[in-house]
Write a protein that binds this ligand. Structure first.
Ligand code: PGA
Length: 266
């Protein structure tokens, strides 16, 4: 086995599970969530990486509450691509670094649909996140009309190619992708089947493999819940799960972590 193949095999055993809180939880609520999580999280298998993505206002408290020893990674929900300046209402990479942020979620469909996020701005942000030594978690996804037209794969591949445009192999090695079909997210969302997810993930993986020998984790998100988490995680193309509502309580996240440990490693 070549060195690269060996590394890829090691990395491919790694499974991600995380939650984005969206515009939920005050500082007090974030503290309560994390203190409960730290208490009830099952002893983790070394192949599982857990992350939480609170709103900006709770990052400092979240970092303090997690403490230096807790293996849960901390993410932010967005970031501006410029270093600093006249960008009222925006948050820079240095501001996030100050709170020990490990990863930055970019291009969530709610930001694309409601706040004008584009493939171009996602690409600028990816580069800035990497320059500051954090990991970009790039969300991509097809709308219901695109899905119905059989255009899921090409839509997602375009978003992936645009998000990672201009990156070299070493930079790609620090990136992550979350496939989140717009039709699967939130109230009324229909969770994608493992077969559909596998097809899209495989196509993304092929495109990324042309660009880099590094392994780029591809997570699935969209109405993940305790009923479907085990089955989705057993799909070999799925490297992790990105959960909204079902993990907005510490118990909800801990339950899914426990399920994954059973599904993947027992
Ligand atoms: P959901 O959200 O799990 O509540 O559908 C997923 C997401 O938006 O990342």
């Amino acid at each position: 086995m070549t060195e690269v193949a060996g590394r890829m095999r090691d990395m491919s055993r790694h499974f991600w599970i995380g939650t984005g809180w969206k515009m939920n939880k005050t500082v007090a609520e974030a503290r309560a969530y994390i203190s409960e999580l730290v208490r009830i999280l099952p002893p983790m298998c070394r192949d599982l990486s857990v992350f939480i993505i609170p709103p900006f206002t709770a990052l400092e408290a979240a970092r303090a509450q997690l403490g230096a020893e807790c293996p849960v990674l901390l993410g932010a929900q967005n970031m501006h691509w410029e270093e600093e300046g006249a960008f009222t209402g925006e948050i820079s990479a240095r501001m996030l670094k100050e709170f020990g942020v490990d990863l930055v979620e970019l291009g969530h469909s709610e930001r694309r649909a409601t706040f004008g996020e584009t493939d171009e701005t996602v690409n600028l942000k990816v580069k800035t996140v990497l320059r500051h030594g954090m990991k970009p978690l790039v969300c991509v996804g097809d709308t219901m009309p695109e899905y119905r037209a059989g255009a899921s794969v090409e839509t997602v591949l375009r978003q992936v190619k645009m998000a990672f445009s201009g990156l070299d192999s070493g930079q790609l090695a620090n990136c992550m992708v979350a496939y989140e079909p717009v039709w699967a997210i939130g109230e009324g969302g229909i969770p994608a089947t493992p077969e559909h997810v596998a097809g899209v993930h495989a196509a993304v993986r092929r495109v990324l493999a042309e660009r880099a020998d590094a392994f780029v984790p591809i997570l699935y998100g969209g109405s993940v819940n305790p009923q479907n988490a085990g089955e989705l995680s057993r799909e070999p193309e799925v490297d992790g799960l990105f959960v909204g509502r079902s993990a907005w309580s510490a118990q909800g996240l801990a339950d899914i972590v426990r399920l994954l440990i059973e599904a993947k490693f027992s």
